[in-house]
Design a protein. Sequence first.
Length: 329
Amino acid sequence: MAEKILVIVEQRGGKLNGVSWETLTGAQTLAEAAGWTVEAAVVGQGVGPIASEIAAKKVAKVYALESDQLARYTPDGFVAALKPFIEQQQPRVVLLPHTYQVRDFAPKLAAALGTTLVPDCIGYKYEGGRLLFTRQMFQGKFAADVSLAGNGPCFASLQTGAYRGDQVQAGASPAPVKTITVPVGAGVIRTQPEEPFKEAKQAVDLTQAEIIVSVGRGIREQKNMAIAQQLADSLGGELAASRPICDSGWLPMDRQVGSSGQTVAPKLYLAMGISGAIQHLVGMKGARTIIAINKDSEAPIFEVADVGLVGNLFDIVPPLIEEVKKAKA
Ligand SMILES: Cc1cc2nc3c(=O)[nH]c(=O)nc-3n(C[C@H](O)[C@H](O)[C@H](O)COP(=O)(O)OP(=O)(O)OC[C@H]3O[C@@H](n4cnc5c(N)ncnc54)[C@H](O)[C@@H]3O)c2cc1C
């Protein structure tokens, strides 16, 4: 079996999903540790420009799997395109970003190939030629190292924030791009996709946000949310929250961060009045810089914070907003 890692990147409407860069970084890291090579594949219709974008990175080859039948995502279409391709390529490992789309088709694809998928991994270990994938269990209380039985290519999806997309290595020269027109018979696709779901107007994809101001129960009352919004606006960031805030209806559910909300990996995560329960931490500890404001110096959020401000957020945040405004003026 050729020792290569195949990364299946994700595109929507001709735009590469940012988490795909993180997966590529993870693949490059593993390739360096194991002495393997990285190849990438993008599936859809008219995905040539995306394939070229990836080819600028340190990858050995990029495949564009094209078909009119793949213009809209369907699990049947993706599996029909990828199964014969992977059988022919025989990669050692197939890595994917742990997105909703991947959760939908990857188990079916792995099962069709008679192999297994380790989902939502936060890393890997490569020791003495043995590959283990690390994934969190029991709401992040434990990290398990999972090994794979069998000889088939092993599938793993990587959690948002597990690797940094901005650390993906560029290639010395563009990698070759091969376009493969995949035959996806009309009868293969058993579902009729509707127009892609468009989220409500204010809805936000927090996974793509670079700056997040996140609010916890320390904000006390709904009317105080205005302070957090002002801080987010002054920083040019998005507003997010811990679960009790969303449960109270003070922010929509799609702004909840944590095990039952979104997993985010911004450049800056500013947590105000958040205790740092494990269910919250699993959703944000991949942030590059974490600033925490909490009046309790023993709050667990300080264990993951890069900068900790112990004090009353109502004393700290208003002058902070003024300073940010001054600095930006
Ligand atoms: C199955 C399950 C799933 C869950 N999923 C999630 C999830 O996805 N996301 C999530 O966030 N939680 C989740 N939770 C809930 C989680 O366990 C915590 O209850 C929650 O994260 C606590 O939110 P909090 O930090 O805002 O509130 P609290 O734990 O009440 O903390 C409030 C903090 O504010 C500080 N504070 C109070 N007043 C001030 C002030 N004036 N200035 C500064 N600091 C102040 C306090 O010291 C305290 O540390 C889940 C729980 C379960 C059981």
